[in-house]
Design a protein around this ligand. Structure first.
Ligand SMILES: Nc1nc2c(c(=O)[nH]1)N(C=O)[C@@H](CNc1ccc(C(=O)N[C@@H](CCC(=O)O)C(=O)O)cc1)CN2
Ligand SMILES: Nc1ncnc2c1ncn2[C@@H]1O[C@H](COP(=O)(O)OP(=O)(O)OP(=O)(O)O)[C@@H](O)[C@H]1O
Length: 193
């Protein structure tokens, strides 16, 4: 039976998804310039040679300008490929080729690395629908990143990438939820703990 928390999450996610879909284009453009600047600042600060991120859709915080910078700067970029079994494979991004994966999300092409490839990352940038002041993160409801982070013995810094109004007072928390160390928004780099 679904718990109260999982029902709360579903309702909240629907609201957050709607907010992303209705954000005016000029607001999104300004936000994306901020994401790029803050993601570059964070990767530079962490001296991250291998960075795990995601290929954004048009409703998500833009990672593409950041990824282009990272690749041009000689950094290795790992991007997720959603598997049927709930795990994530990874492939290196080349800044050009991509395809549509399971669920219609953009994914890298070729050179599939298994789930443990994430262990090479010096910095993990993950999608989220919301995070709260304690670093509790809510994703999009399939548990991919909870499973991925939960399987890691040693985690590098993990930052969620969210719009400012997705930093909430409190996010419903379930036992399997893996907390994040911080969040990157268009205006701030936030550290929890
Ligand atoms: N660009 C991008 N790539 C990504 C992610 C992401 O959030 N963004 N992921 C991040 O994890 C993984 C895919 N995660 C997914 C998470 C949920 C659904 C999905 O269909 N959700 C349902 C709601 C499910 C529920 O509430 O139970 C839906 O949207 O209708 C699809 C993919 C891997 N790749
Ligand atoms: N470590 C785990 N092991 C097994 N199942 C898990 C794990 N983490 C999450 N799940 C399952 O995945 C489903 C979705 O979980 P939840 O609602 O927390 O996802 P989410 O955090 O929104 O997703 P994501 O991590 O993909 O962004 C739940 O049914 C949960 O039981």
């Amino acid at each position: 039976m679904p718990t109260d928390e999982s029902n709360d999450k579903r309702a909240l996610r629907a609201e957050l998804r709607e907010r992303r879909r209705t954000r005016p284009a000029h607001v999104v453009d300004a936000a994306n310039a901020g994401f790029t600047a803050n993601l570059i600042a964070l990767a530079t600060e962490k001296q991250a040679r291998t960075i795990s991120a995601y290929l954004s859709t048009s409703f998500e915080p833009d990672t593409r300008q950041f990824l282009n910078w990272a690749i041009a700067d000689g950094r290795r970029v790992l991007l997720p490929i959603a598997r049927q079994d709930g795990l994530l494979d990874w492939a290196e991004g080349d800044g050009e080729t991509e395809t549509e994966g399971l669920y219609g999300l953009p994914e890298p092409v070729g050179g599939i690395l298994g789930p443990i490839a994430i262990n090479d990352a010096d910095l993990i940038l993950i999608p989220a629908s919301a995070v709260d002041q304690h670093g509790t993160r809510m994703g999009w409801g399939r548990g991919y990143f909870d499973r991925t982070l939960g399987s890691m013995e040693k985690r590098p810094p993990v930052f969620a990438v969210v719009f400012d109004d997705e930093i909430l007072e409190q996010v419903p928390r379930e036992l399997h939820d893996a907390p994040v160390d911080g969040a990157v928004t268009p205006t701030r780099i936030i550290r929890f703990s």
